[in-house]
Design a protein around this ligand. Structure first.
Ligand code: HEM
Length: 370
């Protein structure tokens, strides 16, 4: 597609953009917006999905400036690289605890379930102030919400209602007994008014929980899988752990955990690299295609943990660039470094088995990694 039809029509009114330069242009252009209510006026207030719909319409990831700017400003300080660096000792401790449990369990280990999944969940749960022991509930709810994006969810309404009820109880408790966590701080911002309304508060927490659950787990397992596929690279990394930072960047590029950007909508009729897009057309950026664009990356289909020039777009681009990038990068580095130190002889339990990728559209992640 990059070569033959880089702005590809998926249907009469939806498009996929695959070239690196086009992807960046799309993601930074104010002519492609997030707010689709401009085109499709639907009054959801009357139907039973009203409350649920409100949660999704107010997510920072799905709104345009000035609302986006206001919401992002509110949480940015908690996710900037300096603040995140302060979490390093705790992330190391969590990784150590998980590795100790894995050693007790013996092989084969499911790296996804036993390590890559719990690590980021415990971290984001502590940062937000949600009990980490409820993580299996969040996992189910996040899965359902993502499956809904592919029209695969069966118990969507039930799960989202349970999620909202859970958060309502948690918010009440934190209002009475505030703690030093992000939920308590956002509740305070909501009470002060103007900065954040009630729908936005729910949306923010749901977004952070989903983002914290569904992405870094893929970064850790996809990068490890790529290393198992390329044993010489794995050896290189084991003998020189200072390469872990560039190995993670290469993992982000090679098996991008988020395959596609979320949707943008053409604000007006417009030409985009030879195609005529109509007002209200949906446009998606293929991040994983951009990250394999030969015009930018030398030997783009080769996995090279020592790659020098790696300006990948795995975290997106423009105003919606991933808020959690510094956290995900730090978690990824610590996870790999600790894992390879604790298990220097680690290998796939069945190297001849085809990988089982999860059947979801937006994300690239494995079902398990034994
Ligand atoms: C946005 C990828 C981890 C929070 C994004 C976007 C991408 C992305 C591609 C932009 C989507 C678009 O423009 O349509 C990733 C990857 C991760 C990761 C690959 C891990 C390897 C995280 C984590 C958090 C997080 C750990 C939070 C704790 C967010 C938020 C946004 C976002 C809040 C929306 C930002 C905005 O709208 O301004 N992420 N993410 N992400 N990510 Fe991440």
């Amino acid at each position: 597609l990059r070569k033959d039809d880089p702005v590809f029509a998926m249907s009469e009114n939806s498009w996929i953009v695959t070239k690196y330069e086009h992807v960046k242009e799309l993601l930074k252009s104010p002519s492609f917006i997030k707010d689709q209510s401009k085109f499709f006026s639907g009054d959801h207030a009357e139907d039973h999905l009203g409350e649920i719909d409100a949660i999704f319409r107010h997510m920072m990831l799905d709104v345009d400036p000035p609302n986006h700017t206001r919401l992002r400003k509110l949480v940015q300080p908690y996710f900037n690289p300096r603040t995140i660096k302060g979490l390093e000792p705790r992330i190391r401790e969590i990784a150590d605890d998980l590795l100790t449990d894995m050693k007790k369990k013996g092989s084969p280990i499911d790296l996804l379930n036993d390590y890559a999944f719990p690590l980021p969940i415990i971290v984001i749960s502590e940062l937000l102030g949600v009990p980490a022991e409820d993580r299996n509930k969040f996992r189910k709810w996040s899965n359902t919400i993502l499956a809904a994006a592919d029209n695969l969810a069966t118990d969507f309404v039930e799960d989202v209602e349970a999620f909202i009820t859970y958060l309502t109880h948690l918010f009440e408790e934190r209002k009475t007994y505030p703690k030093d966590d992000l939920i308590s701080k956002l509740l305070q911002a909501e009470e002060e008014g103007e900065k954040l309304n009630k729908d936005e508060l729910y949306s923010m927490i749901v977004l952070l929980i989903i983002a914290g659950h569904e992405t870094t787990v893929n970064l850790i397992t996809n990068t490890m899988y790529a290393l198992f596929e390329h044993p010489a690279q794995l050896e290189k990394l084991k003998t020189d752990l200072s390469l872990v930072e560039s190995a993670i960047e290469e993992g982000l590029r090679f098996y991008s955990p988020v395959d596609f950007s979320t949707a943008r909508w053409a604000e007006e009729d417009t030409e985009f690299h030879g195609k005529t897009l109509k007002r209200g057309d949906l446009v998606l950026a293929s991040l994983s295609s951009a990250n394999r664009d030969e015009a930018i990356f030398e030997n783009a289909d080769q996995f090279d943990i020592k790659r020098k020039h790696n300006p990948h777009v795995a975290f997106g681009f423009g105003i919606h660039f991933c808020l959690g990038a510094p956290l995900a990068r730090l978690e990824g580095r610590i996870a790999l470094e600790k894992l390879l130190t604790a298990f220097p002889d680690i290998r796939l339990s069945n190297p001849f088995q085809e990988p089982e990728w999860r059947p979801v559209f937006l994300l690239r992640g494995l079902e398990k990694l034994e």
